[in-house]
Design a protein around this ligand. Structure first.
Ligand code: PEP
Ligand code: MN
Length: 278
């Protein structure tokens, strides 16, 4: 076994000998540079007020980007599915008011054009990692892509999915480790911190970590975020909500404003220790 090797089967994603990391720019945010990029926002976009408050809180904690789902991939079809196009409009508003560029998930290939016209970066969710038509459509959009790891995909499969995006014309891609399913279900997922180091060896694209979906519980999010920064992650994607108890999805893993600010402060210290800023 051992770590997979970059190679002929994934030429676009592989780091050639001596090749430097490709810095991915999203508006004025740079992934893969010295600064660790902190992305914050709710799991789902719920209302204008929620987005305005949350975006302001992300700015005051020193976050660089906003997140929020307008289309939510929910296990149960009767759970809140997101506001759809209205959610996208609310993201645009909050982004303009706060000055933060935003990333949002696109679930359906038929929505790619609409989402690409509004968002600064397109997220491929864990459940869509092997939706090959979606990967191609997102690649062809020309927008920067945030590619989550599937909850049950190997690193090699994840890299191959990235190759789909790039083969379709995508030029800017950021990997996002978000935990995988293992025998231990104490936490929602098991954060594979090792994948950060492995990917940085194999690919020339930046790698960030989502400690929220890995932990599934707000008590453990900051510890995982610190571990990610220490391991060399180029950024963090963290769920935060103005009132987590009232969140329509993933409230238990969402940090309140004070917890989010404390996470930023704590990770800043770790970033300094490994020669980075946050
Ligand atoms: C999300 O970011 O809200 C999300 C649904 O994440 P994942 O695809 O990693 O489960
Ligand atoms: Mn979520």
């Amino acid at each position: 076994m051992g770590a997979p090797q970059p190679g002929k089967s994934i030429p676009l994603v592989s780091r050639n000998a001596g090749q430097v990391t490709t810095v991915v720019s999203v508006a004025d945010v740079r992934f893969g540079d010295r600064k660790v990029v902190l992305i914050g926002g709710p799991c789902a976009v719920e209302s204008r007020q929620q987005m305005a408050k949350t975006a302001a809180q992300v700015v005051s904690a020193g976050g660089a980007m906003l997140r929020g789902g307008a289309w939510k991939p929910r296990t149960n079809p009767y759970d809140f599915q997101g506001l759809g196009p209205e959610g996208l409009d609310l993201l645009v508003e909050a982004s303009q008011a706060s000055g933060l560029p935003f990333v949002t998930e696109v679930l359906d290939p038929r929505d790619v054009e609409k989402v690409a016209a509004a968002a600064d970066m397109l997220q491929i969710g864990s459940r869509s990692i092997q939706n090959f038509p979606l990967l191609r459509e997102v690649g062809a959009s020309g927008k920067p892509v945030l590619l989550k790891r599937g909850m049950m995909t190997t690193i090699t499969e994840w890299l191959s999915s990235a190759e789909y995006v790039l083969a379709a014309g995508g030029k800017e891609l950021v990997f996002c480790e978000r935990g995988i399913r293992t025998f231990d279900s104490t936490l929602r997922n098991t954060l594979d911190v090792g994948s950060v180091a492995v990917l940085q060896e194999i690919t020339h694209f930046p790698v960030i970590v989502d400690p929220s979906h890995a932990a599934g519980d707000q008590r453990f999010v900051t510890a995982l975020a610190r571990a990610a920064v220490a391991a060399g992650a180029d950024g963090l994607l963290v769920e935060t909500h103005c009132t987590p108890d009232l969140a329509l999805s993933d409230g238990s893993q969402s940090l309140d404003p004070a917890q989010f600010a404390a996470l930023a402060e704590s990770c800043r210290a770790v970033a300094k220790a490994v020669g980075r800023d946050l």
